[in-house]
Structures are given as structure tokens and as C-alpha cells.
Design a protein around this ligand. Structure first.
Ligand SMILES: [Zn+2]
Length: 340
């Protein structure tokens, strides 16, 4: 990214109210266009964020979106002039004059009730929890929204009083947030780091289907559905449905997803009766499913990654082994028999 952009944002920052750096290439302050909330002096809904090689501004109160250059010009025309000169001298190509703001505006994930937890990205590289996650080859870009929850029962009780009546046997878990399309937390899953049972505990904060990845998925591309949130991180445009209801109608960003627009990718466990039942039900609903080839001996996508398959290879295997209708019924019967 052009360092000039961030340099000039910093030069401007004393003139921006409640200016804060929120992350890599993400800054937040009160909107200098609409003045932000008139009732609350603490609300700050203006954001500068990176898109490709430039910084852009977006206000979540008035909805205004523009280039960093225009923001500089609006607040301080002198700083803006210096900025233009410096960019010109250093040969930076100018911004697309009419950038599109309808897309790619990042979802701003609030830590909210997770504010006292440390994300995996905040842990030192030799922290045991981080090591477990790294050993599973979880994509590092996901580390900032996965958390270490040191006492899972106790933490949950602060949100839902008495959810765990006894704190006996409380232990640390990886907390996986389930966020809605706006990035609001509505449920979370605690995954055991070791052999603790059950392996997954899902806690609902709102009465809503337990679907992971709604903050990242788009209705405009083919959608993949898996069982495990961590598995979903390896597939593009993928969600995970916890509690297994793969034949239920699916609504994403206000659109009912048609059977042709999605593929259900269940774990590779032909001997698991529950999974076989899910596959049958999914096929009966007219959906496409993946039937893993016989040489694949790993039970889920994460295990395949650990065994050395790349993301691209797994995507290809999925594409080549997607079936529906009568062909799927035949292949499914075969798969159960061979692996019985
Ligand atoms: Zn505004």
C-alpha cells in the first residue's frame, strides 16, 4: 500500500474526533461529514480502510463513502494539497475517480462481549493454544476472529446466567464466533483443545439458525456448506451449519438460495449412520452433495489439509465429486458398500 496514504491520515488525525487505529489498515473516528451522533459524543462511525492499494473512507451513520483524498480535502485543504503533491512526486497512480462503495466495504466485526478474550492473533507465537491452531493449518487470516476462552463455562454464564449450573471441570476452549451478515455475534462454538467431551459446545445468544460464516459469504457466488466452522475456512464462499440441517431452505442476504447454487460437503464418514442419514435427506431435497472418492481416507477437510492436500486440490476434488439426483443415489449406495 502507498505509505503516503497512511502518512497523511496521521497528519490529519489530530483534527479527527475520537481517532483510533482499530487494526491493520483500519482506523475509526467521528464522521466529519455528518458530525456523527448528535445524542452521543462517544459514537464514532467513520472508518478508513484499505481496498487494494488505496485507503477509503466510509461512514456507517450517514453512509457516505469516498477516497482518502476527498476526506483530506473536506477536513483540511492545505493538507490535501501537500498530499496531492507528494503522491505526484512519488509517481503514485491516482485513485479510480469513482470507486464503487456498494461492494467490498468490510464488515466491521465488533469484539463486543468478546472484549475480554484474547484472539489467537493476539497470543504470542509460542502460546500452546496458538500452537494447536497453527498445527491444524488454520488460515492465519482467520486468527483475528478466533478466541481463547480460558474458562468456557464461567464465561458462558456471564452471558447466559446459570447456563452451566456447576463450574466443575471447567476448561479452556477455542471460541468460534457465529456472526450475522452485519458482523453481530449471535452464537458461538467452543471447540475442545484436547480430548474434552463433547468436542463442540454451541451456545446460542439469539434464536437463529446456527450458521457460521454469514459475515463472509456472498449470495452472488456458488455456496458451499460444510459441518465444521474450521473446515469452512479452507473453502471459498463456504458456510458451516452446526446442528446439521442440510435440507432446510437457506436464505443469504435476503435471497433464497436455489439448489443449483449450493453444494453440501459432508464429512467423509461412510460408517457414521448420522452422516449417511443427512446425505440421504440432502439428496432427497434435490441438493448437490459431494461423495468423497474411495482413496480419500481422511474424515474431514481439515484432516485432508493436515495430510498435505492444498486448498486448490481439495476444491478440485469437491468439484469432480459433486453429484445430484439418480447418479448421486447410485454413487452413494456404492460408497456405503465399499466402505462398509
Ligand atoms: Zn457520517
Amino acid at each position: 500500500m502507498s505509505y503516503i496514504d497512511s502518512k497523511y491520515l496521521n497528519i490529519l488525525s489530530p483534527q479527527l474526533l475520537r481517532f483510533k487505529k482499530k487494526g491493520d489498515f483500519l482506523w475509526n473516528f467521528r464522521c466529519p461529514y455528518c458530525g456523527d451522533s448528535q445524542k452521543s459524543r462517544s459514537k464514532a462511525r467513520g472508518f478508513v480502510y484499505r481496498k487494494k492499494n488505496d485507503l477509503f473512507y466510509k461512514c456507517h451513520n450517514c453512509g457516505l463513502g469516498t477516497t482518502l483524498g476527498n476526506l483530506l480535502k473536506h477536513v483540511d485543504s492545505k493538507i490535501h494539497k501537500d498530499y496531492i503533491m507528494e503522491r505526484y512526486r512519488s509517481g503514485v497512480k491516482s485513485n479510480n475517480p469513482e470507486p464503487e462503495f456498494k461492494f467490498d466495504v468490510p464488515v466491521f466485526r465488533k469484539k463486543g462481549v468478546l472484549k475480554n478474550l484474547k484472539s489467537i492473533s493476539e497470543l504470542s507465537t509460542d502460546h500452546p493454544a496458538r500452537k494447536i491452531i497453527e498445527k491444524r493449518h488454520i488460515p492465519p487470516k482467520s486468527f483475528s476472529d478466533l478466541y481463547l476462552c480460558k474458562s468456557f463455562y464461567k464465561f458462558t454464564n456471564t452471558l447466559i446466567p446459570n447456563k452451566f449450573p456447576s463450574l466443575d471441570g471447567d476448561h479452556p476452549r477455542l471460541l468460534i464466533p457465529f456472526r450475522d451478515e452485519k458482523g453481530e455475534l449471535f452464537a458461538y462454538q467452543g471447540r475442545a483443545f484436547g480430548k474434552e467431551q463433547p468436542k463442540y459446545i454451541t451456545i446460542k445468544l439469539k434464536d437463529k439458525d446456527k450458521i457460521f460464516g454469514l459475515d463472509k459469504v456472498t449470495k452472488d457466488k456458488h455456496i458451499y456448506i460444510v459441518e465444521g466452522p474450521l473446515d469452512s475456512l479452507f473453502i471459498d464462499n463456504c458456510i458451516a451449519i452446526a446442528g446439521a440441517n442440510f435440507d432446510k431452505p437457506l436464505m443469504i442476504q435476503g435471497k433464497f438460495i436455489q439448489n443449483g447454487e449450493l453444494t453440501v460437503v459432508l464429512d467423509n464418514e461412510p460408517r457414521n449412520r448420522e452422516i449417511c442419514k443427512q446425505m440421504e435427506r440432502t439428496l432427497s431435497a434435490g441438493r448437490k452433495i459431494v461423495i468423497w472418492p474411495d482413496h480419500m481416507n481422511w474424515k474431514d477437510i481439515n484432516d485432508m489439509i493436515i495430510a498435505g492436500y492444498t486448498k486448490q486440490q481439495i476444491q478440485e476434488i469437491i468439484t469432480d465429486n459433486t453429484f445430484c439426483g439418480a447418479v448421486a443415489q447410485l454413487r452413494f449406495a456404492e460408497w456405503r458398500k465399499i466402505n462398509a
